[in-house]
Design a protein around this ligand. Structure first.
Ligand code: COA
Length: 525
């Protein structure tokens, strides 16, 4: 027993290292708020001609254009004319259609989002050059090289190459009346409508076409579907320039392209764009259960660090969903993360190689063959790499060879070993510092002991094992048990406790006896 119950009190226990960390409390406690409207325009009831009601309705394009006031188009990537006016002051909620939307969004049973098949393999992102499908275009040896770097880098790298090759394009568009861009927005609207089935289509169109909202999207260049450039997915957000944060309204990737890295790359482009073009420092979004996992992987947190004054009343409040935040790093080159991570890995790998010789691989199988295939003939010191790893013959793991490899059959050797172990156990039991270790810890006396000590051991249990004469086949097995007993004690108790001190003193006594036994054993051989 390494922590005597009758002596134990809370003050002399030390478990600081194991104190469970406080559980994360989702900051969605405010999720019961009624939605407040930041910009009344966003939430005004749809006009008769806008938004379109049909999912794939190209007529919506002309309807949306009707809302256009002739902003100046700019087709360059990320050069978007927001057409937005200064942010509106918060207004009370009078929009019943939004409440309907809230209810619809909360209808978890009705959720019919695409089930995702998580595929980590590079093969899932492999692209046939020319077919336009996204993924690795690297030659096989290159792909293998990427694989060793992890799935994240592999996917990012593959998509980056697609971009460089001109097959993929990341753009930021808003409702500016330019044909091509409007068609892309319609394409994105169709994806949102399919991937977010609980979201009213009118609401999607309203925000998507709202001039204060922008959409970063990924396009497959030179491909057209029904007259609309092939949109793979996108994120629609509203930048609040004065507050320096953006609210993500929708985010989706088309069904057949999910879990290939597009969502991540899109988010990386969005962060760069929002920082460099909009001057934003944070993103906020309301995520439902289906989306929390994805946002967490994009560095969103459940804790909101932004001052409430900054965002409260500006963004929409939803019931039952989680508000999440993402801080945008002021310098990070988000679209080049994969090469940055690769370089860091390489640097760490080089440092590890400098400090250790873990890169050396020894062919133990060949060595065994050389030794006749039988482990009986193998001497520990001859095992390749053992000495390089820091092993020395005086280590205890070796004792059974020096003590009991002399004359005599195996029965005699086992008897010798048992006698030695019995003697060592007795020197411990008789020691004045052995009292905390004599019995197993009683959970009634120390209720949380077994929460922290998962592999308990005590002198009584060791004694039973010794008595069986079959448990400890080697001295090192016995030593390992005692070592664990002392370590358990020092893990649970703090250094200033009597238990900790007993463990240290008894262990020193025990080790000196073992050392003496080893030396006399060595002399007698
Ligand atoms: N829940 C948990 N994890 C998810 C996830 C989800 N809904 N969607 C993706 N992920 C994970 C991926 O497995 C991957 O993890 P890994 O890096 O450990 O392998 C990581 O997030 C990034 O995946 P990626 O391939 O870049 O994302 P994606 O292209 O599939 O896009 C979504 C992610 C959520 C945009 C896409 O799945 C989607 O359109 N879903 C339906 C609409 C939706 O739920 N939108 C979000 C709320 S508006």
């Amino acid at each position: 027993m390494d922590s005597h119950s009758s002596h134990l009190n809370a003050a002399n226990r030390s478990r600081s290292s194991q104190t469970p960390s406080p559980s994360h409390s989702a900051s969605a406690s405010s999720s019961l708020h009624k939605r407040k409207l930041a910009a009344s325009e966003d939430h005004a009831p749809p006009s008769t001609s806008f938004p379109p009601s049909s999912n794939d309705d190209l007529e919506s394009l002309s309807a949306a254009r009707g809302a256009d006031s002739g902003s100046d188009p700019d087709e360059s990537e990320y050069a978007v004319h927001d057409g937005y006016e200064e942010d509106f002051a918060p207004e009370p909620d009078h929009d019943s259609s939004i409440r309907t939307f809230t209810a619809a969004r909360l209808d978890v049973n009705g959720s019919s989002r695409n089930a995702k098949i998580k595929t980590e393999e590079i093969s899932t992102v492999e692209l046939q050059a020319g077919t336009g499908t996204a993924g690795a275009i690297a030659p096989k040896d290159e792909a293998a090289k990427i694989l060793t770097c992890g799935a994240y880098i592999a996917r990012e790298e593959a998509l980056r190459r697609e971009e460089e090759a001109g097959r993929l394009k990341f753009v930021c568009y808003s409702n500016d009346g330019v044909d091509d861009q409007m068609m892309c927005l319609i394409g994105l609207k169709n994806i949102f409508a399919r991937q977010l089935p609980n979201m009213p289509k009118e609401y999607i169109v309203r925000l998507l076409m709202d001039r204060k909202h922008k959409s970063v999207m990924v396009l497959r260049k030179n491909e057209v579907e029904g007259g609309i450039p092939l949109v793979v997915g996108g994120i629609t957000y509203r930048p609040y320039h004065r507050q320096r944060f953006g609210e993500i309204a929708f985010c989706a990737i088309s069904a057949d392209e999910q879990v290939k890295g597009y969502g991540t790359r899109l988010m990386n482009h969005l962060k760069e764009h929002a920082r460099d073009v909009d001057g934003l420092t944070h993103f906020l979004t309301y995520a439902d259960n289906n989306a929390v996992g994805y946002f967490l992987k994009q560095s969103f947190t459940k804790e909101i660090y932004l001052e409430k004054d900054v965002w409260h009343g500006y963004i929409k409040d939803y019931d039952g969903v989680l508000l999440m935040e993402c801080r945008i790093d002021p310098k990070l080159k988000y679209t080049n993360l994969s090469s940055m991570i690769s370089k860091q890995r390489k640097a760490i790998d080089e440092m590890i190689r400098e400090l250790s010789n873990c890169q050396n691989v020894y062919q133990v199988a060949e060595f065994q063959k050389k030794e006749g295939g039988s482990s009986k003939n193998i001497r520990v010191e001859d095992i390749p790499g053992l000495r390089d790893a820091g092993w020395t013959p005086d280590q205890w793991g070796h004792t059974r060879y020096t003590l009991f490899s002399g004359s005599g059959d195996s029965v005699t050797k086992q008897k010798q070993l048992n006698a030695l172990i019995r003697g060592l156990l007795k020197t411990m039991q008789d020691h004045s510092d052995a009292w905390p270790f004599k019995e197993p810890v009683d959970p009634l006396d120390v209720p949380d002991y077994y929460e922290f000590i998962k592999d308990p051991i005590d002198l009584k249990t060791i004694g039973k094992r010794v008595e069986s004469e079959q448990y400890y086949m080697t001295l090192d097995m016995f030593v390992a048990d005692t070592r664990r007993m002392f370590n358990n004690c020092r893990t649970y108790n703090s250094p200033d406790t009597v238990y900790y001190r007993c463990a240290t003193k008894l262990q020193a006594h025990f080790f000196s006896k073992v050392q003496a036994a080893l030396q006399s054993g060595a002399k007698s051989q």
